[in-house]
Design a protein around this ligand. Structure first.
Ligand code: HEC
Ligand code: HEC
Ligand code: HEC
Ligand code: HEC
Length: 201
């Protein structure tokens, strides 16, 4: 009996360690899965570095805070304008970080100072530079508007504060380290729960 218990707890420990290790490793955000050879399979390195960070001349303070190690997009983006006439600002902060690969123009392997990368995102994961056909980002959250739920009740999504304004950015719906719900989403698409966290429809 004791023996069986010991075996069971060993298996459990392996499972726990395994899942903690696997969270980003087995996702498309491990660039090794995208044909890029990263030194010693360092999953974090194309995006973050612990020392001598900011190898590129960033203009965005939020990138400096994330110890960001990736080249920054230099593209000009077309933003979304809502029916009430609000146009998104940016991209800035985390959205600019995402678009520094998902613009399809900046090489995913341009990190750590490299500028000669040759791997680009194509197909449906290429968000591109025209954001006018994508859910608005860089857009202020209309707290108090009856069409929108109070952020204090959010269970998965989040708002991002940039220059003192609470906004919807890419990371409002996505968590780039966790793909357990697919598409790195913060909330399930079942019954459109992701959308209904914000929209009171
Ligand atoms: C494909 C790019 C990418 C990879 C790979 C990646 N990250 Fe991140 N990480 C981001 C982005 C983008 C942000 C900023 C998100 C935000 O501000 O919400 C971030 C933020 C963070 C933060 C600060 C905010 C938070 O979520 O706690 C930590 C800590 C972090 N990453 C750790 C890691 C570690 C450790 C690894 C490797 C195991 C890793 N990241 C791999 C893109 C990445
Ligand atoms: C984190 C909060 C949040 C989430 C999650 C969210 N939205 Fe939005 N959505 C907004 C905000 C804020 C606006 C812009 C409001 C404005 O300025 O008029 C918006 C705008 C829109 C618009 C454009 C409205 C217009 O007037 O042009 C549509 C359509 C929309 N959202 C649909 C969705 C759908 C579908 C989902 C789920 C896949 C979703 N939203 C998830 C916050 C959110
Ligand atoms: C260092 C480059 C890089 C950065 C930075 C990056 N991604 Fe990605 N992402 C990728 C690659 C490569 C893929 C795989 C594309 C493919 O398979 O065609 C991917 C795939 C995805 C997918 C599809 C996942 C799936 O299951 O198919 C989503 C969603 C995504 N990224 C969102 C984001 C968001 C949101 C951010 C910012 C918070 C971000 N990414 C930042 C490189 C990046
Ligand atoms: C309002 C929520 C919301 C915001 C904001 C948002 N996304 Fe998404 N994203 C989704 C949902 C839901 C999906 C899955 C359904 C789909 O593919 O359209 C998705 C899918 C994706 C995919 C995978 C597409 C594919 O078919 O492979 C990528 C890549 C992606 N998002 C990147 C981004 C980036 C980059 C930003 C910021 C510029 C962003 N997203 C902002 C909700 C959002």
């Amino acid at each position: 009996m004791k023996h069986v218990l010991r075996l069971a707890s060993a298996a459990l420990a392996t499972l726990l360690v395994g899942s903690a290790f696997g969270q980003i490793t087995n996702t498309p955000h491990n660039l090794n899965n995208f044909g890029v050879t990263v030194d010693r399979n360092q999953v974090c390195l194309p995006c973050h570095v612990p020392h001598n960070a900011y190898p590129y001349n960033y203009t965005d303070p939020l990138q400096r805070r994330a110890l960001w190690n990736h080249a920054e997009t230099t593209q000009t983006f077309t933003m979304y304008t809502t029916t009430s006439g609000h146009t998104g600002t940016g991209p800035e902060g985390p959205s600019k970080m995402c678009l520094s690969c998902h613009d399809g123009v900046t090489a995913v392997d341009n990190y750590g100072g490299t500028t000669s990368g040759s791997h680009f995102i194509t197909g449906s994961a290429r968000v591109g530079t025209d954001l006018s056909n994508d859910h608005p980002i860089g857009i202020a959250y209309p707290t108090g508007d009856p069409g929108y739920n109070d952020p204090s009740g959010f269970q998965g999504v989040q708002l991002v504060t940039i220059n003192g304004t609470q906004r919807v950015e890419c990371t409002s719906c996505h968590e780039p380290h966790n793909n357990s719900m697919g598409n790195f989403l913060r909330r399930t698409l079942n019954e459109s729960r992701l959308c209904l966290e914000c929209h009171n429809k």
